[in-house]
Design a protein around this ligand. Structure first.
Ligand SMILES: [Zn+2]
Length: 1021
């Protein structure tokens, strides 16, 4: 690892977002040649945006010029700042101009500036977002427009709200509102904390919009209301400024990467649009629904010099085509105007796809407005430095005006690019205000018409769900997005399907039908399309293990139903089959609703048992894993009733306890393990544990290194996915240079609020840590490794018989696949149906070596192809014929599927095999136990997303329980806690934890894998 990559947390995922990739690839220290001078091009004289009645602030203007490295990196829109004797420019409040080298501004100072601005100018107002950040900081919203406009802000909000819901407005009224209304143009800064320029730029933009008196700016103020979110990820911004200040105070030292951005999530904070687990996303959604902006414009920094979003395609197939046209329209306007002005490196297409709606700006795209973004060139701080542009400097069909290959770049250059571009877009929207409002209205109308036009008519979420709490949460998420949900008054019958009263209905004749449809529908991503930028499948029902039905028959809309006016809520209850109060105990069906795990920890002092098999009480069926609680005085009944009511669980009081075999349910001491190289994916685990009130200790790889008796402290250690090889994970940041603190200090006050701190981030768990983990497992602990982290127990020999295969053909990026339980006796499978939809992203492909080498499968740990016969007469299934010799009896076909760990294996071990294998034969109880496999049928494998080379994935193990000593290593190929979207698979983790000391239940005989068998009919012709 070189110095460069230390600037950022390494994020070696299957698809690294380019905005991180670019920064990682920077060769920051290597430059010495100044950028080759190019002929200066003045802005053409016919671009007349520069007739002003206000004088320039000469001092500020001089500094803009000084801090811009080349004249062609500024435009006449931003090469000066107008003077005001009433309204403070940023330097008056901050002490430095926007884009000053080596200066980054904390959020409190950004906010102070906007509040001073609002105090001095009637053209500016400041509002506070509904929720505070996870660190407790406020997020603000700034509005800029004409004085008269802002005085009537509520009127303009009412107009866009009416246009957003054409059911409530006549055509005549709508047209009059389009004439009267203003378009809201919403700019949001720095969701990605190492992308530092936009929070600075937006201050100057607000000032310029408030003060400048050119026709160009006046037009914006007149027809547009500009909304500014100064910094979206407030917590990450402040930690980034800390880090930058640390770097400046410690020149020549290695600097840590920004290991924590927000409390939970780093770079993926803009991938929360489908889960809304973060306060910032919920704030954005609420703000959209309050203002209905025509455009939401995110400011990112990665590729040079200004990429304006459209994407490579495939584009999201649920959007109105008008939206996609609008992306192109705005992008080409900016490219055209900036190219005319001689600005190099302004381009579109060729970056990001436009497919997945998980992006935060789907609060706009998914709601009939326009969500777009810039990538400008950032320096991950505020340094001025020589930069190399490796890839994007090539001219291409979509980039006739490429960036230069070598450039001296400053934060002021970045500010100039962002501000010039967004001003051009705002001016264009101002001059075409009615067009954009009209389009918004048409798109809203067409969303309402969806049910009767392209369909479907509705989605039904049946009331007879095994997981009512998750179903309700899914409905509430849709409601949070402004989607209307109804409840059926009585049974709905559609053709031969019946849905009981109480079923939820999401009608497609409503304004936000598109967002609901794209979330509930299934996705198909053609593998011949450009490489996806992120997930390719996201269907909400399967990921949450909630049944949904897509209904095309419009009759569903006529069913009697009532609009939900508050969140859906499942109230649990405690019931008795008879009136007797003398219950022997209580039973709770294991339905994998996640609140069942909450219950275990809430009543941690109550002894609970898990049934090892399904059972019945009266007519009622209970799944394996159901909770059985012995009566223990009146207090228990009340506690159970209170908890069940709140958690949406049904408790049944029974007069006699079921006679099923049980084991005690643990209250495990759980640790969630993180490294000091990357926290990208583990935060999504912490979010769920916090939300479900499941206690855990947050430990680092260094704690693992430094704790030689982990078993004394923890029962279960969960290691969420990280990426990288086993070696890179174990080694961590190299022990070079000085200690690298991530800690609160006078210079870095905001690091104190981080989830973890250390005096020195260097050095991972090391081999000592691996040995401590091995000891932990040997002594009875359960170590849960997700995705690529399974390479640690595999490569370092903690486990045996499991390997990771390199896929040759498989393409399965961020998709949803069908899996099936193959060992229903394993506690990990408790509560589930036979099949489960799981999220899987390309790797790892596990292979479990058979206990007995299977002829043709390449011996222990090898091969995997089908058994084949020698080349000879006939067909694949014909017996081989040796010429001129007596014919032996046909070779017996390989032991039919001695699937690893199955009971069958030991029974069928011949004396010959026992001799051959000797000590290498692994007894049954020590064999890896495959609990869940990808569907064996390649054709039914894909639920949503992309799949090619599915034969490699079909039947591959998804969840493996490997006994080690008296403990277990549990390996997941799927990621069961992904971006608050995979609620359906959370309980795989909870089951493993709650039953960590009872995982050695008797094994089930797995179903045989089909093999080609000779058919007698083929033997003779
Ligand atoms: Zn970004």
């Amino acid at each position: 690892m070189n110095r460069v990559s230390l600037f950022l947390a390494v994020r070696p995922r299957a698809f690294m977002p380019a905005c991180v990739l670019m920064l990682t690839l920077l060769t920051l220290g290597a430059a010495s040649h100044p950028a080759r001078a190019q002929r200066m091009i003045d802005a053409p004289k016919n671009i007349s945006s520069r007739v002003s009645t206000v004088d320039d602030d000469n001092d500020y203007t001089r500094k803009i010029k000084e801090y811009t490295t080349e004249t062609y990196f500024r435009t006449e829109l931003v090469d000066h700042l107008p003077m005001s004797d009433k309204v403070p420019s940023p330097d008056k409040v901050l002490g430095y101009i926007v884009g000053t080298p080596n200066k980054l501004t904390y959020s409190k100072d950004l906010y102070r500036y906007y509040r001073e601005l609002a105090k001095a100018s009637p053209r500016v107002r400041v509002f506070t977002a509904p929720e505070r950040s996870e660190d407790g900081k406020e997020q603000i919203l700034v509005a800029v427009g004409d004085e008269a406009t802002l005085a009537q802000l509520d009127r303009y909000k009412a107009i866009t709200a009416k246009l957003a819901d054409p059911r409530k407005v006549s055509e005549t009224e709508a047209q009059s509102l389009i004439g009267e209304g203003k378009a809201f143009y919403w700019a949001s800064g720095s969701i990605h904390s190492p992308e530092t320029g936009s929070p600075e730029m937006l201050m100057e933009l607000a000032y310029r919009l408030a003060v400048e008196e050119t026709p160009f700016i006046q037009a914006i103020r007149k027809n547009v209301i500009v909304l500014i979110t100064p910094v979206l990820e407030v917590d990450g911004r402040d930690r980034m400024v800390d880090l930058y200040n640390y770097r400046k105070a410690n020149p020549g030292k290695y600097s840590p990467g920004l290991i924590y951005w927000g409390k939970y999530v780093a770079h993926d904070n803009n991938r929360d649009g489908l889960g809304m687990a973060l306060a910032l996303t919920r704030n954005m959604m609420a703000t959209f629904l309050e203002y209905h902006p025509a455009i939401l414009h995110d400011l990112h920094e990665s590729v040079p010099f200004l990429y304006t979003s459209t994407g490579t395609g495939p584009y999201n197939a649920w959007l109105d085509p008008i939206t996609i046209n609008e992306w192109q329209l705005l992008a080409y306007h900016e490219i055209d105007e900036l190219t005319k002005r001689g600005v190099p490196g302004v381009w579109t297409h060729g970056f990001y796809d436009g497919w997945a709606p998980n992006y935060m700006f789907y609060v706009a795209n998914g709601h009939n407005a326009i969500g777009r973004f810039y990538e400008t060139f950032g320096n991950n701080g505020a340094d001025t430095m020589d930069r190399t542009v490796p890839q994007q400097s090539a001219r291409d069909w979509f980039r006739p005006n490429p960036p230069q290959a070598r450039v001296k770049w400053s934060i002021r250059n970045n500010v100039n690019m962002q501000e010039s571009g967004i001003l051009l877009a705002m001016n264009f929207v101002a001059n075409n205000k009615e067009r954009f409002l009209q389009n918004f209205y048409i798109k809203s109308q067409r969303s309402v018409a969806k049910a009767s036009n392209e369909g479907p008519a509705a989605y039904v979420v049946p009331a007879n769900q095994s997981r009512p709490v998750e179903a309700a949460e899914m409905i509430n998420l849709l409601r949070q997005m402004g989607v209307e949900a109804h409840v059926a008054d009585k049974e709905i019958v559609i053709k031969d399907q019946k849905y009981p009263a109480g079923s939820y209905i999401i009608r497609m004749d409503q304004p936000y039908s598109r967002m609901a449809d794209m979330m509930l529908d299934t996705q198909y991503y053609n593998v011949n399309d450009p490489r996806p930028y992120d997930d390719t499948g996201w269907t909400m029902g399967p990921m949450r293990n909630v049944k949904t039905a897509r209904i095309t028959d419009k009759a569903v809309l006529e069913a009697p139903m009532a609009l939900l006016t508050s969140d859906a809520r499942v109230t649990g209850k405690l019931s008795s089959p008879s009136s007797s109060a003398s219950a022997a105990g209580y039973v709770i069906n294991h339905n994998t609703d996640n609140t069942l795990a909450t219950l275990r920890f809430r009543l941690k002092d109550v002894k609970m048992a898990a049934a090892e098999e399904p059972f019945k009480v009266g007519d009622q069926q209970f799944n394996a894993g159901s909770f059985i609680i012995k009566a223990d005085g009146d207090g228990l009944r009340q506690k159970l009733e209170a908890a069940a009511t709140e958690l949406g669980l049904n408790v049944l009081a029974v007069e006699t306890l079921p006679t099923v075999k049980t084991h005690e349910l643990a209250v495990p001491r759980i640790a969630i393990l993180h490294t000091w190289t990357n926290t990208q994916n583990e935060g999504w685990y912490r979010i769920e544990f916090d939300r479900l009130k499941i206690p855990y200790t947050y430990i680092s790889d260094q704690d693992v290194r430094n704790t030689d008796n982990l078993r004394k402290k923890y029962d279960v250690i969960i290691f969420p996915p990280l990426g990288g090889s086993a070696q890179s994970i174990v080694n961590g940041i190299p022990m070079r240079g000085d200690p690298m603190p991530w800690k609160q200090s006078e210079l870095t006050p905001n690091m104190g609020a981080s989830p973890d701190q250390t005096d020195d981030m260097r050095g991972g768990m090391g081999l000592v840590g691996v040995m401590n983990l091995q000891k932990f497992v040997q002594e009875g602990g359960t170590f849960i490794v997700i995705a690529g982290n399974a390479s640690i127990p595999i490569d370092f020999g903690i486990t045996s018989a499991v390997s990771i295969q390199e896929p040759r053909l498989l393409q399965a990026r961020g998709s949803i696949f069908k899996a099936q339980f193959v060992d229903r006796r394993s506690p990990i499978s408790y509560g589930y149906d036979e099949t489960l939809a799981i999220y899987f992203n390309q790797a790892p492909l596990f292979r479990v070596a058979p206990a007995i080498p299977v002829p043709g499968e390449g011996g222990p740990g090898g091969g995997g192809g089908p058994t084949v016969r020698p080349s000879g007469r006939g067909s694949l299934t014909d017996p081989d014929i040796v010429q001129g010799m007596p014919q032996a009896a046909p070779t017996p076909s390989p032991t039919p599927s001695p699937s690893p760990g199955s009971v069958a294996v030991e029974e069928k071990l011949t004396e010959e095999q026992r001799l051959q294998l000797g000590v290498y034969f692994t007894p049954l109880t020590q064999r890896p136990r495959v609990v869940l496999r990808f569907s064996p049928d390649e054709r039914s494998l894909l639920i949503s997303g992309m799949l090619a080379g599915g034969s490699e994935l079909a039947n591959a193990p998804a969840v493996i329980d490997v006994p080690v000593g008296t403990g277990h290593v549990i390996m997941f190929a799927n990621n069961p806690m992904w971006r608050h979207q995979t609620q359906g698979s959370f309980f795989l983790i909870f089951n493993a934890a709650l039953n960590f000391d009872s995982l050695n239940t008797e094994r089930a005989v797995p179903p045989a894998r089909p093999r080609p068998t000779p058919s007698p009919a083929d033997a003779q012709e």
